[in-house]
Write a protein that binds this ligand. Structure first.
Ligand SMILES: NC(=O)c1ccc[n+]([C@@H]2O[C@H](COP(=O)([O-])OP(=O)(O)OC[C@H]3O[C@@H](n4cnc5c(N)ncnc54)[C@H](O)[C@@H]3O)[C@@H](O)[C@H]2O)c1
Length: 345
């Protein structure tokens, strides 16, 4: 089996990409890029990676890479993804795919032109529970899904107040584009990515803006956003996301689908990053609850999945097209919040 030469740009969550690639025998991370010299040295030494670059453009010029992970702040997803595609690599880009849908479309066009793959790291699909739920939903157990609700709230979980996450020019938005994007993708994936028709949204920032003022930190995005999406097939989906909300839980994640024959929930346990899943069914006038203890092993990681798809020539999931659909919905929620009226997509 040919070994794929892999480069990782951005070494925050990028370190988990390096770990993820390690799970596939056909993957070898040969180069990393980050202007942060300390991170470059730390991870280069830890994983024995020879190619170390302060500048991603230099890495793309000098290394012959088969796959590139783009794991930088959101603002750089588009230019770096396009540069990597043009350099002849398949790209695994972190979520959110881009700052907005217009950028996402440019990335799709670049992938098409280069005839390379583009995958978005919707990592919440790659858990045993999500994997098992997807199999159940695809078997038709829920009947027709007509309503879903997908949420991620934090009591106080602002990522680095004053850093790039809270600045619109670098992040594109707040918790909706950061956390909501994961839950939105999970619900849409389970629902089969129906086509959005109408979106209504609202965004607020009472808590984070106060904290930022008190601490004299830069912050110009929302701390809570909510959206309702109506699809062409008539189904609706509610999405909620916050970094700061007056709730009991430290982290609260839940995705629910309601169908004509059954419902499901996937949620986090103990306010952490451990998940459980249940199905609620009706048969012969009786209601059943089914706790899902996944029997199907999930793929090891999104990186493993991407590499496996490339070496076997099979399609990968979490496509650039799906990433772009998420961006269209996020744009519409923000626009609706700004204008105070529903937006036709
Ligand atoms: N899938 C997930 O579960 C998940 C989790 C966390 C973060 N993310 C996403 O990953 C991305 C990075 O987030 P993070 O938490 O790692 O941020 P971070 O700030 O911790 O790390 C970003 C790194 O990118 C580097 N960087 C900045 N500009 C660069 C450039 N032009 N070229 C190369 N490197 C550059 C920075 O020096 C830094 O080391 C974001 O898009 C975020 O949404 C995804």
């Amino acid at each position: 089996m040919k070994t794929l030469r892999i480069g990782v740009i951005g070494l925050g969550i990028g370190r988990w990409h390096i770990e993820g690639y390690k799970t596939h025998p056909a993957a070898e991370v040969v180069a990393i890029a980050d202007p942060d010299a300390a991170r470059l040295a730390e991870l280069g030494d830890k994983y024995g990676i020879a190619g170390r670059y302060a500048d991603a453009a230099a890495m793309l010029r000098k290394e012959r890479l088969d796959v590139v992970s783009v794991t930088t702040p959101n603002k750089f997803h588009k230019p770096l993804t396009i540069a990597a595609l043009q350099a002849g690599a398949h790209v695994l880009c972190e979520k959110p795919m881009a700052m907005n849908a217009a950028e996402a479309r440019q990335m799709l066009a670049a992938a098409k032109k280069a005839r390379k793959r583009l995958m978005i790291n919707f990592s919440f699909r790659f858990t045993e529970q999500s994997w098992a739920l997807k199999q159940q939903v695809d078997s038709g157990i829920l009947g027709e899904v007509y309503f879903a609700r997908t949420i991620w709230h934090r009591r106080r979980g602002l990522p680095g107040l004053g850093g790039w996450f809270g600045q619109k020019a670098l992040a594109g938005g707040g918790p909706l584009i950061d956390l909501g994007v994961h839950r939105l993708d999970l619900a849409l994936w389970l629902m089969g990515y129906p086509k959005p028709a109408w979106v209504m949204g609202a965004a607020y920032s009472p808590i984070a803006s106060r904290l930022a003022r008190e601490q004299k930190k830069k912050f110009d995005v929302e701390d809570l956003a909510v959206g309702m999406i109506q699809f062409e097939n008539g189904a609706t989906l509610e999405v909620e996301a916050s970094w700061a909300a007056n709730i009991k839980e430290r982290e609260l994640m839940e995705t629910r689908l309601l169908g004509t024959d059954g419902g499901l929930v996937q949620r986090n346990r103990n306010e952490g990053y451990d998940f459980e899943a249940e199905l609620y069914l009706e048969k012969d006038g009786c209601q059943f609850d089914m706790a899902l203890h996944p029997l199907v092993p999930a793929v090891k990681s999104s990186m493993h999945h991407f590499v496996e798809a490339i070496v076997t020539g099979k399609p990968h999931i979490a496509t650039g097209e799906e990433g772009a659909t998420v961006m269209v919905i996020l744009d519409a929620i923000y626009e609706s919040a700004r204008r105070g009226r529903p937006i036709a997509v």
